[in-house]
Structure formats: structure tokens, C-alpha cells
Design a protein around this ligand. Structure first.
Ligand SMILES: Nc1ncnc2c1ncn2[C@@H]1O[C@H](COP(=O)(O)OP(=O)(O)O)[C@@H](O)[C@H]1O
Ligand SMILES: N[C@@H](CCC(=O)OP(=O)(O)O)C(=O)O
Length: 383
């Protein structure tokens, strides 16, 4: 049997009881199913929610806190309880776990993203099961993932996973919220996620503890697909549930086909999804053709105009002369240098600013505004 690298996202709703508190039976059910995957030789990374749910009652809150400070405190208490429970449960299977707490800022800094990649790769090599959660207690309010769906998609891209399973309390995506409409119909398989599905799907959570509802799972699934990772959204019970899920027999919705394009390199993922945009370069039609159709790098000769102040190594947006965004790239020249050399032949440009490589943006550091950068409807573009 082919072994796979699998990311399992476990939502709060799949870890808690009717009062919104950590349900150890549910946790053990997931652990048994993950142990089964490991026994079959698969590599597994868990993205687990549940810290706030596990911690709030111990802090004396009558229900899940709504204030930022309340959630941060509850997560700090609950994360310890959550991981202790996982560690005990996995130990019974002879398996070791590791904890990684990630914040959105960790993805915005290229080195930190590479460190996360290296640490995860090493843990997987040593057959340890990394358990990731958002670093709720320190995440900046305006920069939190909020739920772990998007985090799980980004992690699955980062480690070039073969499959992302988002476990929740509903058995897949329905054409309308099944909690409200009895006649809601479930999708078993979707080749891709069209815009209208994202627009129409509700962000209402089905439980007291979940965040983001089905909409955030679809956003995450779209990101995972664009990073080359097939996704499942659904549920299941018993030790064989995950084996069934990865064999295509799971109770839920499968999104994407086996023949997705391969994942982008980590450096391109950073440029595409996380890097801040420091400026803009407008290019002529010849350069548009070279970049978009011929897989070439951007040379000084194709540059018409520069906006913003940026340094060499920063990421800028590239637009055509009608101001259509073409993509993002990491520049080898500062905006000051580019102002001097725009439209010039490469040799002259290099002489003028004393730089030894002709590419303004090398094709290895260029990501076109295709699937990865495509904004989810009703949302701001990255940057
Ligand atoms: N179209 C839909 N299909 C399926 N579930 C939906 C849909 N719209 C809203 N939901 C709700 O989304 C919930 C799952 O999201 P959420 O509560 O955030 O789960 P989790 O805690 O697992 O992240 C379901 O319980 C369901 O009530
Ligand atoms: N990081 C938070 C997760 C917040 C949350 O509700 O996420 P989810 O259940 O995935 O919608 C926690 O551990 O409680």
C-alpha cells in the first residue's frame, strides 16, 4: 500500500461534549484512528482545536469566553490539558507527540516559515506526531486565524501533504445549512470549489464551541487545493474511520482529484500567500507575454513604471499597463535602482547600478495571480 503524508484537522465540535467541554471519549476515538493510520505506515500531522473548550471551565467561566483576553487565558490553560490528554492516549499506542503553536505572523516571516517546515520534516522523519494549534494566547487580535481550518490548509501546503482531512460534526458540505433545512442535499465529491459555493455557504457554526462554520472549511479547502492538496470534510467513528476516509469511503465530501498540480515550493508559497506587498511594478506587453506565457524572468527592459519604496529582497505586485494584477514577485533591485534602469537593456542596467544579475524578478521568485492568489469571493486580496 502507498504511504501518504496526511494532515488531520480536528475541530472543537469533534472534541467536546454537549456542554462544550473536552470529551475524552471523542479524543480517544480520534487517537485510535490516527494510531491505525500510523500502523499502516502513513505520516500524520494533527491540527487540533479544543484549547479554549478544554480550559474555560477550569478558569471559572460559565461558558466559552467571548472576550479576547478570556479566550487567550482559557487557551493557555486548556492547551496544557489538551496536549496531556493526547500524550497519554498516544502513549498507549507507543506513539510520541510534539506540540507546535503557530500564529499568522509565523507565516509572514519567511525564515520562520522555513523553520516550521524544517521542524515538522524532522519530526515526521522520526515518526513523531506533531500536534499544531494556533498560538491563541499571543496572536494579535486582528491577525488571528480564528479557527484552525485555514491553519490546517497552510500546514498541508507547507509540508506538501497528500491529503487534508477536516473532521467536524457534520458529514460534509450540503447545498444549504443542514441544521436549518431538512431538505439540504449533501455533495459527495467536488472536482473544485466554484465561487458561488463559497458565497452561498454559511459561516454559522453548528455548536457552541465551533468557529467559522462550513464557510471557513471551504476557504481552507480552496487554499489546500491551490497548494496541491486533496481535501475531505466530514466525520466518522471508530478506529478505522481515517483509513476509510483516505481510501475514499469516508462519511463526508471529497474535494479535488488525484491529478492536482504539484505543491508550490515553500518559498513560492510564502510569496503567494503570506508576504507583505511593498510596491508595484508596471510592465509592457512584451514582458507580460514573457512572464505569463513563456515562464521567463522579468528584465529591466520590460518595466514601464515603479510605485512605492521598496528594498531588494522585498515582494512587489506586478501589473500590466491597464493596471490588471498579474502576480507577486520578489525583487532583486530596490525601487531607487529600478527608477534608474527601467526600460534599459540588461547590460546597461547592470553597469549603471553595479548589480551582477539581470533579472529584476527571477522566475523562481515569481508567482502569477492564478489559483493560489485567487481571492475568495467578497474578500480582500492578499495585500
Ligand atoms: N452548507 C453547509 N453544509 C454543512 N454544514 C454547514 C453548512 N452551513 C453551515 N454548516 C454548519 O457548519 C458546522 C461545522 O462548522 P463548525 O461548527 O465551525 O465546526 P468545527 O468546530 O468542527 O470547526 C456544522 O455543524 C453545520 O451546522
Ligand atoms: N485555537 C482555538 C480554536 C478555535 C475554534 O473554535 O476552532 P474550530 O473548532 O476549528 O472552528 C482552540 O484551540 O480553542
Amino acid at each position: 500500500m502507498e504511504t501518504k503524508r496526511i494532515v488531520i484537522k480536528i475541530g472543537s465540535s469533534s472534541l467536546t461534549d454537549a456542554h462544550g467541554q473536552l470529551d475524552r471519549m471523542k479524543l480517544h476515538d480520534h487517537v485510535n484512528a490516527i494510531a491505525e493510520l500510523k500502523a499502516n505506515g502513513h505520516e500524520v500531522v494533527i491540527v487540533s482545536s479544543g484549547a479554549v473548550a478544554a480550559g474555560y471551565s477550569g478558569l471559572g467561566y460559565p461558558s466559552r469566553p467571548v472576550t479576547i483576553a478570556g479566550k487567550q487565558a482559557a487557551a493557555a490553560v486548556g492547551q496544557v490539558m489538551l496536549l496531556n490528554n493526547y500524550a497519554d492516549a498516544f502513549r498507549k499506542h507507543g506513539l510520541t507527540i510534539a506540540q507546535l503553536l503557530l500564529a499568522r505572523q509565523d507565516f509572514e516571516r519567511r525564515e520562520q516559515m522555513s523553520h516550521a517546515y524544517s521542524a515538522l520534516s524532522e519530526l515526521l522523519k522520526r515518526s513523531v506526531i506533531p500536534i499544531i494549534n494556533e498560538n491563541d494566547s499571543v496572536s494579535l487580535a486582528e491577525l488571528t486565524f480564528g479557527d484552525n481550518d485555514m491553519l490546517s490548509a497552510l500546514v498541508s501546503g507547507l509540508i506538501h501533504a497528500d491529503f487534508l482531512a477536516i473532521l467536524t460534526d457534520v458529514n460534509g458540505l450540503y447545498d444549504k445549512n443542514p441544521n436549518q433545512y431538512e431538505d439540504a442535499v449533501r455533495y459527495h465529491f467536488l472536482k473544485e470549489l466554484p465561487d458561488h459555493l463559497l458565497r452561498e455557504t454559511s459561516d454559522a457554526s453548528g455548536s457552541k464551541v465551533g468557529t467559522g462554520g462550513m464557510k471557513s472549511k471551504l476557504r481552507a479547502a480552496r487554499t489546500a487545493l491551490s497548494l496541491g492538496v486533496r481535501t475531505f470534510i466530514g466525520t466518522g467513528n471508530g478506529a478505522d474511520k481515517l483509513v476509510k476516509i483516505i481510501n475514499g469511503e469516508g462519511d463526508g465530501t471529497y474535494i479535488g482529484t488525484e491529478s492536482l498540480k504539484p505543491a508550490l515550493k515553500v518559498s513560492k508559497q510564502w510569496i503567494a500567500l503570506h508576504s507583505p506587498i511593498s510596491g508595484k511594478i508596471e510592465i509592457d506587453d512584451g514582458a507580460v507575454h514573457a512572464l505569463m506565457n513563456e515562464g521567463k524572468s522579468l528584465l529591466p527592459a520590460g518595466i514601464k513604471q515603479i510605485s512605492g519604496h521598496f528594498l531588494a529582497g522585498e515582494v512587489i505586485q506586478i501589473v500590466d499597463q491597464q493596471n490588471h494584477v498579474l502576480g507577486k514577485g520578489q525583487v532583486n533591485y530596490s525601487s531607487e535602482q529600478l527608477d534608474e534602469i527601467k526600460s534599459l537593456p540588461s547590460m546597461r542596467a547592470m553597469d549603471l547600478v553595479n548589480v551582477c544579475h539581470p533579472e529584476v524578478v527571477h522566475r523562481d521568485n515569481w508567482v502569477p495571480w492564478t489559483a493560489v492568489l485567487r481571492p475568495v469571493p467578497n474578500e480582500r486580496r492578499n495585500g
